[in-house]
Design a protein around this ligand. Sequence first.
Ligand code: GLU
Length: 916
Amino acid sequence: MNTIIYIGILLCLADGNYFSAAKESFRMGLFFDENQQTIPINWNIIRDNIDETVELVDTEPISVSEETLFEATVAACDFIADEERIMGAFGPSGHISSKTLESVFDYLRVPYFITNWHPKSDLYPENVFNLYPDADLLSLGMAKIVESFDWKNMAILYETDDGLLKLQEVLKLHEYDKGQAKDNIFIQKLSNDMDNRSILKKIRTSSISRIILDCQEHHIMDILVQAKEVKLLSDFSTSFFLTSMNAHTLDYSTLNTLANITTVRLFDPMQPGFQAIVEEYYPDMDPGTLTVETALFHDALLLIATTINKLKSIGAEISPKFLHCFSPDGFEDDLNLTKIIREIELKETLTGPVSLGEGKRDKFSLQVIEINKPEKPIAIWKSEYPESIHLTRNATEREAELRKRMKNYNFIVTSREGRPYLSKREDSYGNKIYYGYSVDLITEIAKIMNITFEFRLTEDNSYANLVNDLIERRADLGICDFTITPQRREIIDFSMPFMTLGIGILHKETASEEVDNMYAFMRPISWTVWFYIWTLALVISITMFFVARLAPREWENPKPWDDESRELENIWTIKNFLWLTVGSFTTQGCDILPKSTPTRTITGAWWIFSLIIVSSYVANLAAFLTMGKIDVTVDSVEELAAQSKIKYGLLAKGSTESFFANSNDTLYQKMWHNMKNEKSVFEKNNDKGVERVMSTKNGLYAFFMESTGIEYEMERKCELRRIGTLLDSKSYGIGMPLNADYRHSVNSAILQLQETGKLIELKEKWWKKEREGEPCPRDTGDKSESLALSNVGGIFIVLGFGIALAFLIAILEFIWHTRRVSVEEHLSYMEALKCELKFACNIFQKKKRARPVPSNSTSRSSSESMGFHDRLSMAKSMFAKSVSLLHLDSEERNEMRNRNPMRVIAVNGNIVEGSL
Ligand code: GLU
């Protein structure tokens, strides 16, 4: 071996160049694997930049692979077995082969350059230099970029385990393993055969619309095409972030997608300096499609050139150095190359300032670009300020770009049928088929956002499917009475509220059938009690009749002026007692009253009884009729919960149901429990609930409904009322897929509609104006109401019945009386009837002749046989009768009597004047 070396040295010395040329020469080692085949090698980058006394000898790249490590080592040993100075070697991209060569060159004290991502940045041997951004910093940079996207959930698809290492800081952002956000992140390794349709389909049907794709650049298009096949690229809301530093080199135009695809780049090809370098050294290449390896290789060559120049500047000689792999003592870094390289700070590079103080690249910047507008980065992250990111576009620019995208897009609006939000016309097509509040609202929003839209009804008309449409991105907007709930906010986004509301209780404003009845005035006292009262009145009257007959004080002289009269009379017939009991029961009193103690005692007791009954009746009647009181009525949710007669229910599978199901309040928990046990109380939609409230007799069903709906129904169905206060406070919003790019535009459109009063106008239109018939008159909260005929009509009937009965009795009495007159006057019945009727109809006739005394002869003969006193007493009696027939009251009678007791007398039934 030594002999061979000596021969070599001699040959070198014999070479004329060695002596004649002043130039020192060196070589560079290139150990490239198949991934680096495309890197254009242009040694002029060194030659043009080094001291002219130094010459670079061309070398061809040596192919290495991960599988043939031994061959790589042999190739390296073969390469160095030449005394020409080796100033450095470039390693392969594969970690294992690179590690092998790394140890060889470290042993030889030859600078070893890497231009690829390597995981463990802090363990580089002294002679190893990696120009690729430091792994830890790069991971941090990626995390900051993803953070700036403000994604609430994401899927991470990675090709190799190294890819996941690169994203370790991104994973920390979502703390996916802490449980609370476990559904927000989906991590999946790409399949080996690169058919990832099933994975992409899974993402398509999940709520995730943000995808981080970490794979080699030559797999990117395949995966995106597959994504397009499963319709993951067909909507506006999907976003892809491609972590490959070479993703910018691909042509995405064939994808023809509105999805947002962003990637990251290590340099800015728009920089004039960059373009000048590319033009000079890579004239066949487009600066925009330069790979990161090419750029880093370029910068590494510049670093070598600068190192040479540094060496020359300090007078070092780049002398040949004989190296071999098997020296037992190792080699020395005679030129102090490691130190010099570490001190260099390169400025005029393609990938920004290069300084490898610790062998790793800790100064670099990342440019975030959108693939459809790669010229201008949307954000820049710099490793010097790792905690911040610079967004290059202001809000207006971002909005303008979004508008441009939105202009070419037809928004799909998912909705459900339900008044007044959305109804269907039979005779139209397209969007015109639908009308309602939701249509008007989105029309106004579309005008502001300058977008077009198309309505699609969700399956089953259910709220749950509306959410699914947005999760699976079958729709871009969800508009209806769509309540913003915490559960929904985890899986979809909501715009700012366009209406506020709360849960209320819908009930029928009803008096019971009992009150809504003509005889309702009887109801304060039960039929049995009424029966007892009137039976008692009859019994009391009969009892008093007998008592009065026993009581001496009730027997009175019927002729009080006749002191000698021996006759006593009892005026208390059953009829009179009935009059007394009824009169006192109705608090009207009676013109005759009992005088004896026992009858007075009974009468007093009856009065007390009547007083209590009548007062109770009056009190009850007021409450019963005016307040519409029924056996069960409720005025609050507490009262509703406390009773069991009125059933209550709600719309199944809506936000009201989840309010009760998730409530911690014991009252609502109890109600929820009751409702669950009575499954039949749930309704499929609000209309059915309202219908049930209306049709259930006596208001025995109440329906929990959102106040906006209650308001709408109360405007149209006057019997409906809302019980108590609202149970909660919430809002309706427009649903959107999570992180939808246009959510800010929708928000500002709603804000604008709010400020211009359009939202109120729309509500007024659909709640109050778009209606048939007159608005319902509503009381002002004062619950007392005037009584309707339907409540008290029975009283009129009772009165009418009383009058009719009175007429009947009067007619019967008249007929009876006429019969007596016809007998007494010896007239035919018809003559008497005619005469009496004539008299009755003559309303100006105020006096009536008294009935004739039974017989003239008898009276005369008896008067003849009478003494003076007898005659005087008879005259007095006749006078009294006449006065009573003339209906003179006692005062008039006395006055007449006092004036001339003998002047007015009746003789033979005729009234005559004269003195006796
Ligand atoms: N607005 C409700 C929702 O979005 C449905 C109605 C209700 O639950 O009362 O689920």
